[in-house]
Design a protein around this ligand. Structure first.
Ligand code: ADP
Ligand code: MG
Length: 294
């Protein structure tokens, strides 16, 4: 999708009518808007470049990475406008809200509902990893539910958003930056903090850990790693220690537990890849269960 450099925001509002604010993060605001020519509604993510440290141009990477990905489960970037102060990313509008809200409302998902969501997340992640893209910020807030229905009338389409921390994994540029949300961060990223080994780095497997945290939360309604004391939280993550509440997990199938364990595997070499997870019995043996997310 094209990147246009414009002098002032008037050139953007001439093309899009801004309707309402629908989200925000540390360095960005997201608005619902309408493209005047087509009347199509879009989401515009406005990044404030001045909030980044001098020389930090990671917002450029978000545009670069996202414009290189086309997948039904990844939000589509239509166009980008850049002013001196801001980057405006005009994206596909996803109307069903964040997965986080849905889990908070529902308490937890049934296995069939969780499977519908996780299968699509895995397809998106497999596609990204095949193209050497690491997302690094997979979490319930960065997964949106579409209100679209497919040809068979099924709802529950899932879209990954927020490529603000995404990177191309290149052989000559190992990933060493410690980043991501504490609740979803993979143990090998935490190891970097204490490791003296300059050669040490991490890779696409860090996303699979986060998918494990997401699946755990969908099935049970709580986070596997959650501790008021940050040092204790990180120690639990490093050791892969999480608590399976009997009243919750007694009712969850063994294949589901096995997939969770395969993703929340502390050794990134032993952890399931996206392709392996897609072939896992819990994913493929879907049977005739429900296929919608209510
Ligand atoms: P940040 O990098 O600041 O976290 P995000 O890209 O995650 O920004 O967007 C912040 C929030 O805005 C999201 O969690 C979501 O609620 C909303 N949002 C972002 N993109 C879209 C979109 N394409 N459609 C609908 N809502 C969106
Ligand atoms: Mg976000």
């Amino acid at each position: 999708s094209p990147v246009r450099y414009v002098r002032d925001v008037g050139e953007i509002t001439a093309q899009y009518e801004v309707l309402e604010k629908i989200g925000s993060g540390g360095f960005s605001t997201v608005a619902r808007a309408r493209e005047r020519a087509s009347l199509r509604e879009v989401a515009i993510k406005v990044v404030d470049k001045t909030k980044y440290a001098a020389g930090d141009v990671s917002f450029e990477r978000e545009v670069e990475v996202l414009s290189g990905i086309r997948h039904p489960n990844v939000v589509e970037l239509y166009a980008t406008y850049v002013t001196e102060r801001n980057v405006f990313m005009v994206c596909e509008l996803v109307r069903g809200g964040e997965l986080l809200e849905r889990v908070s409302q529902a308490g937890s998902f049934t296995e069939d509902e969780a499977r519908v969501v996780i299968t699509q997340v895995l397809r998106a992640v497999a596609h990204m990893h095949a193209h050497n893209v690491v997302h690094r910020d997979l979490k319930l807030e960065n997964i949106l539910l579409s209100d679209e229905r497919d040809a068979r009338g099924r709802s529950g389409a899932v879209k990954l958003i927020d490529f603000g921390l995404a990177r191309f994994r290149e052989a000559n540029a190992p990933l060493r930056t410690i980043c991501g949300s504490p609740l979803y961060i993979a143990p090998e990223i935490l190891e970097l903090e204490t490791s003296a080994n300059e050669e040490q780095c991490y890779s696409t497997a860090c996303d699979m850990w986060s998918v494990g945290v997401i699946l755990f939360a969908l099935l049970s309604g709580y986070s596997p790693f959650d501790h008021e004391d940050e040092a204790q939280l990180y120690q639990n993550i490093r050791n892969g220690i999480y608590h399976l509440e009997p009243g919750v997990w007694d009712f969850i199938s063994n294949p589901a537990k096995s997939l969770v364990a395969g993703l929340l595997e502390t050794d990134p070499k032993e952890r399931l890849s996206a392709e392996q997870a897609l072939a896992h019995e819990w994913i493929v043996a879907a049977g005739a269960g429900a296929t919608t997310v209510s």
